[in-house]
Design a protein around this ligand. Structure first.
Ligand code: MLT
Length: 272
């Protein structure tokens, strides 16, 4: 991994491997780049794969000065960080941007703000709708608990909704390693992103304006961003492709890596 200074004293750690058209992988909440390990290996032979740890997460932990406790980081701010990262890396040609869940919220904001920097968009297990007032209130309550108690209560509340029922039985190591990543993240970063998600706008109205080729992919048993909801998103994006991954829950990249890799590779190989 390397570290790049992007702005205001913010440094991002990232995987930057391979050569060829750039593909940027944006992780979900409260995770880090390791949720893309299988996709990185599958794409590196043909692409320049860039997988950052978002501001505050993983190895992009910030000092208290850069990320004071209780700060909000909006999805637009995370998108600005990605644009600044591309600038710092000297990448000015259009990229493929691929985001899962919160990474998808960020990708939709990036598309809105920096459409000319996008060659293709991949939205995995994500939603265009924003939080209902009840969901937003629940997130803020949980953020206050994380600040006081650390990530444990959040992790325990999220774990049961992340995977298909068969995943913990058949692949307990996937569940355990994800739990470790979540518990290891900086509470300040978790709180900042949770508050940012709570105030994110409904981006459903943006979907018809997405003009680059787009793949919408969802796990069959995703309980957080359901196949019905994601199919409706795909129908709203002109010409988008929709793929449902059998037997997967929300964490499709970890639960069904071979199927997800095949869908992504197929989409990337298709001429725009
Ligand atoms: C994620 O996987 O990034 C989260 O489930 C997103 C969310 O909490 O809305």
């Amino acid at each position: 991994m390397k570290t790049v200074r992007i702005n205001e004293g913010v440094e991002l750690a990232l995987v930057d491997r391979g050569s060829g058209p750039p593909v940027v992988l944006v992780h979900g909440f409260p995770l880090d780049h390791t949720m893309w390990d299988a996709q990185i290996e599958a794409l590196v032979p043909d692409y320049r794969v860039i997988a950052p740890d978002l501001r505050g997460f993983g190895r992009s932990r910030q000092s208290d000065a850069a990320c004071p406790p209780g700060t909000t980081v909006t999805m637009g701010r995370f998108a600005d960080d990605l644009a600044a990262l591309l600038d710092a890396l000297g990448i000015d040609k259009p990229i493929v941007l691929c985001g899962l869940s919160m990474g998808g919220y960020i990708a939709m904001h990036f598309q809105r703000k920096y459409a000319s920097r996008l060659a293709k968009l991949i939205l995995l297990d994500t939603r265009s709708a924003n939080d209902t007032p009840e969901m937003a209130a629940g997130r803020r309550e949980m953020a206050a608990r994380v600040l006081a108690e650390g990530p444990d209560p959040l992790v325990e509340s999220m774990m049961p909704r992340l995977f298909a029922a068969e995943t913990p039985k058949n692949h307990p190591q996937i569940v355990e390693s994800l739990r470790r990543v979540m518990l290891g993240n900086d509470p300040k970063a978790i709180v900042a992103a949770a508050l940012g998600m709570a105030e994110r706008p409904d981006s459903t109205g943006w979907l018809p304006e997405i003009l680059c080729p787009t793949l919408v992919l969802v796990g069959q048993w995703d309980a957080i961003s359901t196949p019905d909801e994601m199919q409706a998103m795909a129908e709203a994006i002109p010409g988008a492709r929709f793929v449902e991954i059998a037997g997967s829950g929300h964490m499709s990249t970890l639960e069904k890596p071979a199927e997800v890799n095949a869908a992504i590779r197929r989409f990337l190989k298709t001429p725009a």
